[in-house]
Every structure is written in C-alpha cells, then in structure tokens.
Design a protein around this ligand. Structure first.
Ligand code: NAD
Length: 268
C-alpha cells in the first residue's frame, strides 16, 4: 500500500485508468487510488496477475490487454470508459525492461518490442484517453495524465539502449503533450523512477552482470552507489508521486519529468 499519510486527496468519484496495473508500480498505484476513494480500471497483459489483483483489491475492475496491440487498447477503453462513465486521469504505466547488451548484438525483434510497448503502447492509450480527458476538463477544469519514464530517460544507460531511447521518448511525448493539452485544462507529467527494489531490478542486474562479465553483487552495489541516498526506491514511493500529481495540490504542475530516484547521479 502507498505509505501512511502520503496519499494526497482526490476529488470525490475520481475516475482513473492504469495500464499494467496488476503488479509492481501499477499495482501500488492502484492500491493508493483505492485507498483515496477513486474508481479504478486497469489492464494487464498477464491474466494470472490480473486475476490475483482483482481478487485481492476490492473495487477495482480490469481486463487483459497488451498496450502495444491497437485492437486490445480500443477494447480496453470501450469497456473502461463505459464502466467509469468518464476519465479524470490516465496513468500510462506499462513498460518493459527490454534486452541488455551492446547495441550491435541486440536483435531487431527485441529492439522493436521495447519501443512498441514503451512508446507506441503509450501513444495508443494516450490517443484514446485524450478525448475523454478533454470532456472531463471541460466540466471540472482539470484532468491529468501521468507517464512512466525512468532515470534511464534522464541519463545514458549503457547496454540498455532501446529502454533508454524509449524512456527519453516518453519525456518528449510528455512535454509536447503538456503544451498541446494545457489550454484544455489537462496536465501531463512524467515520473522518472530510479531502480525499484523487487523482482524486475534483480533481472536487470543479472542481465547486466552477464553482459559485462561482472559479479551480480558488484552490479547491484553499483546501482545504489549511483544514488546520493545509497538505496533503491520502492513501488510505493512512485505510487505516492502518481497520486500527488493527480491531486488538486499539483494543479499547477505540468510538463515536468519528475525523478523519484533516491538522488541518482548517473546510471550504472
Ligand atoms: P513490471 O516489470 O513489474 O511489470 C508490471 C506489469 O506490467 C506486469 O503485471 C506486466 O504483466 C505488465 N505488462 C508488461 N507488458 C505489458 C503490456 N505490453 N501491456 C500491458 N501490461 C504489460 O514493471 P514495473 O517495475 O512496475 O514498472 C512500471 C513502469 O515503471 C514501467 O514503465 C517501467 O519501465 C517503469 N520503471 C520501472 C523501474 C523499476 O526499477 N522497476 C524503474 C524505472 C522505471
């Protein structure tokens, strides 16, 4: 759950869609939204994780959808908007880590899949979300989009070029959309998480150790050594920022890429 006391207040009846909401950062955000009284609709590509999430959190609805599949995204929006009756916030959270290795060794398929999920998937969801957000902002004066970038979209990330390219792309998309949508009362921001403690980062560390011929413990230590606070962040840290950006307290925050990264100064 999002940490005590850190959940910002949301407007009553707040309606939010979260892509890839069944686990990790998405699920932590979903828990925070539910605790703040929001109505939530999620998608996830993993049916088992989705079922688990829906059975464990009361008041959340969702369906299986791969954000890189235009038809699946259309179906998700049809169902979710019908269920919610409108949209106050779109959380573009889905993103895969992609391959690890020197660029010239990466497969075209791995490169394309990373861009497809992390950038094109965000485009597909955003395209459907904008008309609904405009409709809301016309009535309430405020609607929100939050896009998950990464500190790999702030620094260069050797051996993770497709991921880094995608996450820098998310920042460009966010800043351009903030200019485009601000006149309609829609705020658009990106969050740049540092390495989040958990299963995903352990896979990333193991892949980097293999690609560089180093010990796993050395690579893990390097990840935290690159933060001024000397630690990983948590999914709840990111969820708290997502909720803050959706709250009225952030009503004048738009066009920003906000790092929640324990003070990262570089990528390992
Ligand atoms: P994760 O790898 O834990 O996956 C979360 C969920 O995404 C899973 O349930 C998975 O099934 C779902 N998913 C994967 N591909 C999907 C697709 N094509 N369509 C729909 N759902 C899909 O992810 P996470 O660590 O919670 O990361 C969430 C976001 O934050 C991503 O955009 C990620 O790039 C970004 N991020 C994560 C970290 C980190 O260290 N975990 C750091 C920086 C940024």
């Amino acid at each position: 759950m999002a940490q005590d006391g850190a959940v910002a207040s949301l407007a009553p009846g707040f309606r939010v869609m979260v892509s890839a909401g069944a686990s990790g950062i998405g699920r932590a955000a979903v828990e925070g939204f539910v605790r703040a009284g929001a109505r939530v609709h999620i998608c996830d590509v993993d049916a088992a994780a989705l079922d688990k999430c829906l059975s464990e959190i009361d008041g959340v609805a969702g369906m299986v959808a791969d954000v890189s599949d235009a038809d699946a995204v259309d179906q998700w929006f049809d169902v979710a908007l019908d269920h919610l009756g409108g949209l106050d916030a779109m959380i573009n959270n889905a993103g895969i880590a992609g391959p690890t290795g020197p660029l010239e060794t990466l497969s075209d398929e791995d490169w394309r899949r990373t861009i497809d999920v992390d950038v094109n998937g965000m485009y597909l969801c955003t395209k459907r979300a904008i008309p609904a957000l405009k409709q809301t902002a016309k009535v309430t004066g405020d609607a929100v989009m939050v896009n998950l970038s990464s500190i790999a979209g702030k620094f260069g990330f050797p051996y993770r070029t497709p991921y880094s390219a995608a996450k820098w792309g998310v920042v460009g998309l966010t800043q351009s959309l903030a200019c485009e949508l601000g006149p309609f009362g829609i705020r658009v921001n990106a969050i740049q998480p540092g390495p989040v403690a958990g299963e995903r980062i352990e896979h990333v560390i193991a892949a980097k150790a293999e690609a560089t011929g180093r010990a796993v413990d050395d690579v893990r230590a390097e990840f935290t050594a690159n933060t001024s606070l000397g630690r990983f962040v948590s999914a709840e840290d990111i969820a708290n920022m997502i909720l803050f950006l959706c709250s009225p307290q952030a009503r004048n925050v738009s066009g920003q890429a906000i790092a929640v990264c324990a003070g990262s100064t570089d990528m390992p």
